[in-house]
Design a protein around this ligand. Structure first.
Ligand code: AHR
Length: 327
C-alpha cells in the first residue's frame, strides 16, 4: 500500500470510528446558529490549482467582505488530511459556522463530525461527503452545489445527438473518491449506455488537473488509437487532452470530439474555436447563496437538505455570445 493510500485508509477508518461515536452520543441535530450583526466564518477550500476553484474562492471572499464578516480561509492544497486539520484549526479559532468544500467523500467525515461535536454548523459547498456516513439536516446543515449526475447526463445527451458517427470514448475522470468524479461518471456512463452505439474504451483519473489530464490522455490515445471522443470531467483535463491530441498529430474537434464540464472562459473560448464540442457549466459563484443560506438558518428557517445551482450549457450555438459572461 502506498503512503497516500495508507493515509486515505486511516482517514476512512477514523471516519467510521467517528460515526460510531456520533451514533453513541446520538446528537440528532445540526448545531444552532445565533442571529448576530457580524460573524466569524470559516471557508475550508480543497485546492487552488484551477480557475474554477479561484472563482469559487473569490466569490466567497467578496461576499464575506461585502457583509463585513471575518472569513477564516484555508487552502488544503489537494490534501484531504490537511483539510481535516484546517477544519480542526477553525474549530479551535471559534468560528460561528464552517463552509467546507470536501476534497473527497470519506476522508472529510471526521471534520464534519468534529465541527458538530464542537457545536459549529457546517455547510457543504460544491462537493459532498459519503451520505452513508453523514446526513444533511443531522450531521451538517445542507449541501449547496450542482447536480453532478445531471451534468454527466447533459454531456451524454448532447453527444448522442452530435456524435456524427464517432463512437469510441476515452473518459478522463476527476479526483478518485470525490463526489463530482463519482457522479459525473455515473450520469454520463448510464446515459451513454441507454443511448446505445457508443463504447467507453478507457476511463482513468486525471485528478481534475491540466497536466495530469494531458499525461493520461497521451497514454490512453496511444493505447487506443481508434478513440474519437474524449469526455473530461472538467475543463482543466479537457484542455490538457487537447494538447495531447495535437501532440499526437490529430485535430481536436475534427478527428477527436472533446467534451467538458465547468465552463470557464478558456474552455468556452475553445468551443468558439471549434476545439471543444460542448461544455456543461458547473457554476462556481457560491458566495451569495452560501451566506444567504447561513442568514436564513440563523433566523430559524428550515433549510432544504440540498440547494442545487443552475448551470448553463455551451456549444457552437451560443458560445460566442456567452463567452463574456463565463467566469
Ligand atoms: O467540485 C467541482 C469540481 O472541482 C470542478 O469541476 C473542478 O474543476 C474542481 O476542481
Amino acid at each position: 500500500m502506498s503512503a497516500f493510500s495508507r493515509r486515505t485508509f486511516m482517514l476512512a477508518a477514523t471516519a467510521i470510528g467517528a460515526m460510531a461515536v456520533a451514533g453513541a452520543t446520538a446528537m440528532a441535530e445540526v448545531p444552532k446558529l445565533k442571529q448576530k450583526e457580524k460573524y466569524k466564518v470559516g471557508f475550508a477550500q480543497t485546492e487552488s490549482n484551477n480557475p474554477w476553484r479561484i472563482a469559487q474562492t473569490n466569490s466567497m471572499k467578496e461576499t464575506a467582505e461585502k457583509l463585513g464578516y471575518q472569513l477564516v480561509y484555508t487552502d488544503a492544497a489537494g490534501s484531504a488530511a490537511k483539510q481535516v486539520a484546517d477544519v480542526n484549526s477553525m474549530i479551535a479559532q471559534g468560528v460561528d459556522l464552517i463552509f467546507l468544500a470536501p476534497r473527497e467523500e470519506k476522508p472529510l467525515i471526521p471534520a464534519v463530525m468534529a465541527a458538530k461535536k464542537a457545536g459549529i454548523p457546517v455547510i457543504l459547498l460544491d462537493r459532498s461527503v459519503d451520505p452513508k456516513l453523514a446526513k444533511a439536516g443531522n450531521d451538517y446543515l445542507t449541501f449547496i452545489g450542482s447536480d453532478f449526475i445531471k451534468e454527466g447526463q447533459r454531456v451524454a445527451e448532447w453527444l448522442a445527438k452530435n456524435a456524427n458517427g464517432k463512437t469510441k470514448i476515452i473518459e478522463l475522470e476527476g479526483t478518485t473518491g470525490a463526489s463530482p468524479a463519482n457522479d459525473r461518471k455515473k450520469g454520463f456512463d448510464e446515459a451513454i449506455k441507454a443511448a446505445g452505439g457508443f463504447e467507453i474504451v478507457a476511463s482513468q483519473s486525471g485528478d481534475f488537473a491540466r497536466d495530469k489530464g494531458r499525461q493520461v490522455a497521451e497514454a490512453l490515445l496511444q493505447a487506443h488509437p481508434d478513440a474519437d471522443i474524449v469526455y473530461a470531467h472538467n475543463d482543466e483535463m479537457a484542455i490538457g487532452a487537447i494538447s495531447a491530441i495535437e501532440a499526437a498529430g490529430k485535430v481536436p474537434g475534427k478527428d477527436i470530439l472533446v467534451l467538458s464540464i465547468d465552463g470557464g472562459k478558456e474552455a468556452v473560448g475553445l468551443v468558439v474555436d471549434g476545439k471543444i464540442g460542448a461544455v456543461v457549466e458547473c457554476n462556481p459563484r457560491f458566495g451569495p447563496k452560501a451566506f444567504e443560506t447561513m442568514a436564513r438558518y440563523a433566523k430559524g428557517e428550515k433549510i432544504e437538505p440540498k440547494l442545487i445551482n443552475d448551470d448553463k450549457f455551451y456549444d457552437s450555438s451560443n458560445a460566442k455570445e456567452e463567452l463574456a459572461g463565463a467566469y
